[in-house]
Design a binder for this molecule. Sequence first.
Ligand SMILES: NC(=O)c1ccc[n+]([C@@H]2O[C@H](COP(=O)([O-])OP(=O)(O)OC[C@H]3O[C@@H](n4cnc5c(N)ncnc54)[C@H](O)[C@@H]3O)[C@@H](O)[C@H]2O)c1
Ligand SMILES: [Zn+2]
Length: 366
Amino acid sequence: MTPPSVWVRSRGGTYEVVVGPGLLPDLPRSLVEAVGARRYAVISDDNVAALHGHAVMERLREAGLDASLYTFPAGEASKTRKSWSILTDEMLEAGFGRDACVVAVGGGVTTDMAGFVAATYLRGIPVVQVPTSYLAMIDASVGGKTGVDTKAGKNLVGAFQPPRLVVADTSVLRTLPREERAQGLVEAFKHGAIMDRPYFERLEANFDRLMDADGDAAADAVLRSVEIKAEVVGEDEYESAIRQILNFGHTLGHAIEAASQFRIGHGSAVALGMLLEARLGEEMGVTERGTRERLEKPLVRLVGPLPKFDPEAAVPFLRSDKKVRAGEIRVVLLRRLGEADKGEGWSRAVPEAQLRDLLAKAAAAR
Ligand SMILES: NC(=O)c1ccc[n+]([C@@H]2O[C@H](COP(=O)([O-])OP(=O)(O)OC[C@H]3O[C@@H](n4cnc5c(N)ncnc54)[C@H](O)[C@@H]3O)[C@@H](O)[C@H]2O)c1
Ligand SMILES: [Zn+2]
């Protein structure tokens, strides 16, 4: 049986995202069909390498493919130009040519960094993404954005490098820590909130199975989320207009995350950001009343009590949001659950004073 998949349009060509439990044994055949490279550089963090990377290597070698494994220490702190330079040097030393392919096996840190390695190695070689976290399956491995963090901020140096193929084997989620599952699933609820109310409700109904990393429930969610992301980025790969709706919850979420010096997890910060942006929309008369309340239950169930934060520390980060245009802070709002507001080009300018006030009220309430 062929596993379900989503085709993603991109300027670099169209690629398939295959989703389902138990896909990894078939990876060698998928690689040969989608890429047919002479050599494969498999990149993983050391966590995922131990859990899944070595098994992937064994399968590739059994299938007669020329493959080598390169690892780096797990964690966001490794998503740097330094790791990039180590990996590219290792590949140069091993003599990988333009007929090689990078295979990223890991979470979003790995898919972002390995994608950037592929984008820059000999001016660009193909990459196949094998995401292993919910976040990487639902978000990071689709859309073609790759890159590394710098001292000045996250993801500031990078490239667009759409993958040749994405293989999301939902069985590997079983080894993903529960906390990471919850953080990643926040983005799935976000997808439901901006585009698809029945999907949002299905996520609620399947909550326990998703948190238990049930392969079929996970595949259903990953597929729908990838479809939604693909629909949005397929129309607009280079960040403007409709792609912004994927940033729902992120204007305030990012500011809160950055103000905490990233002690608050991305998922927790975005969950809080979604609630605040829903409240903002209700106050502005854009969002249907009761939407914030409707979002709260599943989000709090996912990430636990919402984090404490310092509202004044968050304000400066609002100005560095990537949706800032001509000095205006822009926020994606909902019209109602399951539908983003078209606004003025899918976001609306909101005065900084109003956001500051909203943050202060929210911080005082917890
Ligand atoms: N390119 C994009 O469009 C995009 C979108 C969203 C996020 N991102 C990036 O994604 C990154 C976050 O991704 P993440 O949350 O997956 O982080 P991550 O890659 O650090 O993974 C989180 C942790 O889970 C571990 N892990 C991953 N898969 C596992 C598995 N199956 N079993 C056991 N452990 C496993 C990792 O080793 C790590 O310790 C950030 O750097 C963010 O900027 C990119
Ligand atoms: Zn996010």
